[in-house]
Structure formats: structure tokens, C-alpha cells
Design a protein. Structure first.
Length: 176
């Protein structure tokens, strides 16, 4: 599969998987989120690896939709499928165990998965409405930044996310 067709195949799969799904605001098509994640990686972080960008487009499809590893592997290859699997929480675990297991999975996985996670949290924090949502995504950002610490490949994304956390925190303090 050529790299050009990889990008288009991933975009088509993400669009199909997220069809009809909406963001928390009830208005925005959900597919806007993974699209923004991939575009942010390319535009803000200079990412050019199309397998990483394809995985960014698909990062929520196993966890949130009815797409499985095998379908991703068949459509866009094992490298993308493995990245998406690394970014997928194990819903068989009780919630109290799920987040710790997920963090361990990200820590053990490739740095490309942590890069996508930084972008995912960045977009979710930008999109967060309300104090409790912002607080939740700031906590997720802090966990993602901890996982990114010391990995030079993630420095740009980590710096941008840290700056956003500081800005959102400062804005929240001004609203009090």
C-alpha cells in the first residue's frame, strides 16, 4: 500500500467508524476530533510519518466504535493497528484499574503512541467546556506529560501541551 493511499484509507475508515457520532457539545461531528489530532501533529509538531498520522485519525475507533484490530490491520497495516491498539483502553477492566493499566500500556509502547496521546489530550483540553471537564483534561494532560518526560522526540508536543495547560489554568484562575 502506498503512503498516499494509507492516509486516505485511514481517513475513510475513521469517517465511517465515527459516522453519526457527536462530540460532547452534541453538535460537532466526532470525526472532527481525530482529524484535528492528526492535523495538529502535522502542522504544530512537524510530524510527517503517515503511519503515525493514520493512527492519529483512528486512535478512538477500537475503544469507541465497532472497529477491531483485524479490520485496521487489513485496511491500513499492522504498524497503524499496533499504534491504535496501544492507544486503546481495556474496557474489560474495572474503571479503578483501567487508567493505571492504560498508562502502563502507553509507557511500554512506542513513543509514537505517546505522541498521539499528547495530541489527543491537547485537542480535548482545547475543546473542554466547564470547570469539571477542564479539570479532568488537565489531569489527563499531566499524566500524558509524565509519560512523555525525557523523550526528546516528544519535546515539541509536550511543550505545546504544557503551555496550553498553563494558559487554561491561568484563565480558570481569572474567572474565580
Amino acid at each position: 500500500m502506498s503512503r498516499r493511499s494509507l492516509w486516505f484509507e485511514a481517513a475513510a475508515l475513521a469517517a465511517r467508524a465515527h459516522a453519526g457520532q457527536r462530540r460532547r457539545d452534541g453538535q460537532t461531528p466526532y470525526a472532527a476530533h481525530p482529524t484535528r489530532v492528526a492535523l495538529w501533529l502535522a502542522a504544530a509538531c512537524g510530524e510527517r510519518d503517515e503511519a503515525i498520522l493514520a493512527a492519529a485519525l483512528l486512535h478512538d475507533v477500537i475503544e469507541d466504535r465497532d472497529v477491531d484490530f483485524d479490520e485496521i490491520e487489513e485496511r491500513v497495516g499492522v504498524e497503524v493497528a499496533r499504534l491504535v491498539a496501544t492507544l486503546t483502553k481495556d474496557k474489560r477492566l474495572v474503571e479503578s484499574e483501567r487508567e493505571a493499566a492504560y498508562d502502563a500500556q502507553l509507557a511500554a509502547g512506542p513513543s509514537a503512541a505517546r505522541l498521539i496521546k499528547l495530541a489527543d489530550v491537547y485537542d480535548n483540553l482545547l475543546d473542554a467546556e466547564g470547570v469539571s471537564a477542564r479539570r479532568l483534561f488537565i489531569e489527563k494532560a499531566e499524566r500524558a506529560l509524565t509519560l512523555a518526560a525525557g523523550d526528546e522526540r516528544l519535546a515539541t508536543a509536550a511543550t505545546l501541551l504544557r503551555d496550553l495547560v498553563e494558559r487554561v489554568t491561568a484563565e480558570a484562575g481569572q474567572r474565580r
